[in-house]
Ligand binder design. Sequence first.
Ligand SMILES: [Zn+2]
Ligand SMILES: [Zn+2]
Length: 345
Amino acid sequence: MKAAVFYGPNNLKLENVEKPIISEEEILLNVKVSAICGTDVRIYQGKKTKGVRTPSIIGHELVGVIEEVGENIEDYFVGERIGVMPVIGCGKCYYCLNGRENVCANRTAIGYEFDGGFAEYVRIPSRAIKAGNLVKIPDHISYEKAVVAEPLACCLNGQRKANVKMGDVVVVIGGGPIGLMHVQLAKIAGASSVILSEPIEHRREKGLLVGANHAIDPNQVSLEELVLSETNGLGADVVVLAIGVPSIVNSSANLLKKGGTLNLFAGFTKGVLSEMDPNVVHYNEITINGSASLTRSDYHKALSLISSGQINIDAITTNGYTLDAVEQAILDVRDGKGMKAVITQ
Ligand SMILES: [Zn+2]
Ligand SMILES: [Zn+2]
C-alpha cells in the first residue's frame, strides 16, 4: 500500500509498504480522509518527539471505512464508516481513573506509537477497539467534514478548561483552523464578543465569517486597547492562545480582567521558556491552564456538533490534497497557506 513514511526531521517519503495484517482482535481501516494537524508540522520539523518513532507512519486525524474485521470482533462490520479517536488511555492509571484520560500516564496513540493515517490502510490495535476509540459516522456527514471531529474535540477540551460563560468577552490569539474552531465554540458557549488576533488577512476574513466580532492584525492595531474598549476597561474574561509562541504568554495574560482565565491551547517547542510577571497572576487572581488532546466524550460531542451543522467546516479546511501530496500539505500548513489541509484518498 501507499504510505508517507516519516524518517526524521524534514524527511518524509512516499513509499510502497506492506499492507498491515490484522489479528483476530483487530480491525483494518481503509483510510478515506486524513488531515494535517499543527502537531504533524511540529513532528515534521523535529519540534515534537514524544511518542514519535522513526521510521513510522504519522497522521492522527483520520476517518475511513472498515475493510476487514478480526474474527473475535463483535461490534464492528466491514463497510462501516468510522472516525478514529487517536489517543488510547490505559483505563486504569491515576489520570484515567480521575477523568483525565487525555493525559493518561500510559498513553499511546495512533499516529505515534501505532502507525497512523497518512497511508491507504491503518491497523486499529485491539486496545483502541476495546476502549471505544472507533466511532460510527452518521451517513449524512462527509468524510471531509467528519475528519474535523478530532481537532474539534481537542478544542472542546480547551473550551472546557477556559471556562467560557454566557456573556463573556473572549480573545482568541491565532486564526488558523484551531483558532477559528475556538471562535465558533466560544460563540456557541454564549460569548457576547469574540476578538480574533491574526496577522494573515484571509484568516481574519474567515474569522469574521465564522462569527468573530472583531478580527485584528496585531501588527497594525493594539489588541490591548481594543480589549479594554470592548470591556469598559476591565479586560477579557478568557484568552485562548491558539499559537505556540512562548514570548506572548505574558502579554496574553495581561489582556485578562481580574479573575480571568488564560488557556494555553497550542503546544510549544520543547525546551523553550517564556518570561512571566508573576504579579499579574497574583494580584489579578487569574488562572492559567493548559489543555492537551481530547477525551472520548469530547469526540462524541464534536461529532454531534458537526452532525447538527453548528460548525462552519468549509471555512476552516482546505480540500483537494491527495496522499501523494502529504509533504506539500504539511509545508502549506507550516506556511499558513490555506487552512487545515484535508487529504482525500
Ligand atoms: Zn491533531
Ligand atoms: Zn491511563
